[in-house]
Design a protein around this ligand. Structure first.
Ligand SMILES: NC(=O)c1ccc[n+]([C@@H]2O[C@H](COP(=O)([O-])OP(=O)(O)OC[C@H]3O[C@@H](n4cnc5c(N)ncnc54)[C@H](OP(=O)(O)O)[C@@H]3O)[C@@H](O)[C@H]2O)c1
Length: 254
């Protein structure tokens, strides 16, 4: 049965920990109902319960972005429970190198990379995003102010990465994670162009170098600091940008 709600409903993939969890906490703090997408139902429920204990309206949703069955089940559950979705944050992502900081990830060197690693990274960071957006679009179309935010990375910027004097050219070259975020940026623009006429704003966010499991806690920003730009893009007004790429400091070059 539909449960009519006046609160905005936000779905965040990979929200059981790290930046995704901080995004969920901040959106809940703004009064939204937050759906904690997690591939492990137990860890999703733990995160949702912690948010509820802090006063938020949070629900765990089992979602493995590489598993079409869970994507479909998640969309069906949201439709039955809420009838619509206002905000979709595609945050789930993997580096492909485990919990190794980008400064130390030498296993993605283009000339020697394992293609299976590239496929696995694209499966989650790129194809998974397409699957989730397309499953959620019918629900987003029922929102008065639908917003989609894709969690990208400064490293996905071709302009920044190709500057030989910049900090990103100094990172170990990557044929997996970095190109996956460039592809995610390209997808952001293509979805934005398709959905502009419907008022669905689609943007990419670069959280910065954030202290999480994904870099073995070498990042210098807190998850809350990394989440802030995502939350800003998730709560844009009708006159807000679409097809943009932003960090906390403002627009980034593609
Ligand atoms: N940390 C940084 O400095 C940084 C910088 C730039 C961009 N980012 C991006 O920020 C996003 C969040 O990263 P994070 O640093 O917070 O990493 P994290 O702590 O490792 O969290 C990643 C989240 O994604 C989930 N996930 C991975 N594969 C999934 C799948 N197939 N289906 C559903 N969920 C999946 C993880 O679930 P499990 O717990 O089950 O593994 C976890 O909840 C990623 O897209 C990452 O690329 C991070």
């Amino acid at each position: 049965m539909n449960e009519p709600t006046t609160q905005k409903v936000a779905m965040i993939s990979g929200a059981n920990k790290g930046i995704g969890r901080a995004i969920a906490e901040q959106l809940a703090g703004l009064g939204m109902t937050v759906l904690i997408g997690a591939r492990d139902p137990r860890r999703g429920e733990e995160a949702a319960a912690a948010l509820r204990a802090a006063g938020g309206d949070a629900h765990a949703v089992t979602l493995d972005v590489t598993d079409p069955a869970t994507v479909l089940e998640a969309a069906t559950w949201i439709e039955e429970r809420f009838g619509r979705l206002d905000v979709l944050v595609n945050n789930a992502g993997i580096t492909g190198s485990g919990q190794v900081s980008p400064q130390d990830a030498h296993d993605q060197m283009p000339s020697a990379v394992d293609l299976d690693m590239v496929r696995a990274v694209f499966e989650t960071n790129v194809f998974g995003v397409i699957a989730v957006i397309n499953a959620m679009l019918p629900l987003l179309r029922r929102s008065p102010e639908p917003r989609i935010v894709n969690v990208s990375s400064h490293a996905g910027s071709l302009a920044l990465s190709s500057d030989p004097d910049g900090p990103f050219a100094a990172l170990p070259p990557s044929a997996a994670y970095t190109p996956s975020k460039t592809a995610l940026n390209a997808l952001t623009v293509q979805y934005a162009n398709e959905l502009r006429k419907e008022g669905i704003l689609v943007n990419a966010a670069a959280p910065g170098y954030v202290d999480t499991d994904s870099n073995n806690h070498t990042g210098h920003l807190t998850p809350a600091q990394g989440a802030a730009v995502v939350v800003r893009l998730a709560t844009l007004g009708a006159d807000g940008p679409t097809a943009g790429f932003f960090s906390a400091d403002g627009p980034l070059p593609w």
